[in-house]
Design a protein around this ligand. Structure first.
Ligand code: GRG
Length: 307
């Protein structure tokens, strides 16, 4: 990584690469799907949510791990884009389902009507299902690494996205609704619901380029701590953020009576907790030396975000 590294320019270039790959993947899937009115509507809803912007944080972290730990040149990243696309598909499915009336019941996502508002509930459920399942078609078609490495990374990701992480976290969150929560319980919910995918994105990047042992542990701890800092920043932005930049209303956590880091710690306390987690994330990367600098710069960039 160069001394005068420009994080904003790096992120913009990688986001472009990821967006192009996602659009190409959806074109390919459209060509291969059985034609008809039903699939046209399903694919339109999948595209609507997937190609609606978003920070592309999980694929960015994944590619950064591949790039720095595997010492890959930019042109070699093409071999890892299917995996990156799969990560974003799974994340987008979780947002579509989370916005449904039976879950968080949110009308806005990524600056426009959420999927079930733009289409209808049944189509939004199917669009989520389509993205969740197509994620694994993408992950398993990653040509950059050996078949064994790809299988092991995909299995790890499936666990973290499901019972070992996000889906269980969502279940814990639903069960906690309306209950008084302690900080430790809140951390546990978010470590699964939000943190597990972020952690898995980094670890899978490392696994695909052969990182193991202490390297893998460093990535895991970095992902875990960054996940905490990211979630706290999300809670802070829900209080002090700008709706036009966030693409969703601010104040929704308080309006829905949600326990957050801000409601438990206050704004200053939440900021201090985010800073502490970021320091721990940077420290976790120390054993990687120069190879940890890109991930550290990305984490800093996204914890100073305004959306
Ligand atoms: C429905 C199984 C299921 C799970 C949903 C991730 C999740 C679980 C719900 C999202 C709720 C939420 C807003 C959590 C806060 C942190 C978070 C994951 C924010 C959204 O991720 P970003 O900021 O979104 O990366 P973009 O749009 O930039 O991709």
């Amino acid at each position: 990584m160069k001394e005068n590294f420009d994080a904003a320019a790096y992120v913009a270039a990688r986001q472009q690469m990821i967006n192009d790959a996602l659009a190409a993947e959806m074109d390919k899937a459209t060509q291969a799907s059985p034609p008809g009115q039903g699939t046209e509507r399903l694919l339109a809803a999948m595209r609507y949510s997937l190609l609606a912007g978003g920070k592309r944080l999980r694929p960015l972290l994944f590619l950064a791990a591949v790039e720095s730990l595997g010492q890959k040149r930019e042109e070699e990243l093409a071999g890892y884009l299917p995996f990156a696309c799969g990560l974003e598909m799974l994340h987008t499915y979780s947002l579509i389902h989370d916005d449904l009336p039976a879950m968080d019941d949110d009308d806005l996502r990524r600056g426009r009507p959420s999927c079930h508002k733009a289409f209808d509930e049944a189509t939004a459920i199917l669009a989520g299902d389509g993205l969740l399942t197509h994620c694994f078609c993408c992950l398993l078609s990653t040509p950059g690494s050996s078949a064994v490495q790809v299988l092991q990374a995909a299995q790890y990701f499936a666990w973290k996205a499901g019972l070992g992480g996000m889906v269980s976290g969502q279940a814990l969150d639903l069960a906690a609704e309306g209950q008084p929560l302690e900080l430790a319980e809140l951390r546990k919910i978010h470590a699964s619901k939000t943190g597990a995918l972020l952690e898995a994105a980094v670890v899978c990047g490392g696994r695909l380029v052969g990182s193991a042992g202490p390297q893998r542990q460093a990535l895991q701890e970095f992902g875990r701590q960054f996940g905490i800092a990211f979630q706290i920043t999300d809670d802070i932005l829900d209080v002090v953020g700008d709706e036009s930049k966030l693409g969703k209303p601010v104040g929704s956590d308080a309006a829905n009576g949600k326990v957050t880091y801000v409601s438990l710690l206050g704004l200053a306390g939440a900021q201090a907790a985010a800073d502490k987690a970021m320091t721990a994330a940077r420290n976790a990367l120390q054993p990687l030396g120069e190879q940890g600098r890109l991930l550290s710069a990305l984490a800093d960039y996204f914890c100073r975000r305004d959306n």
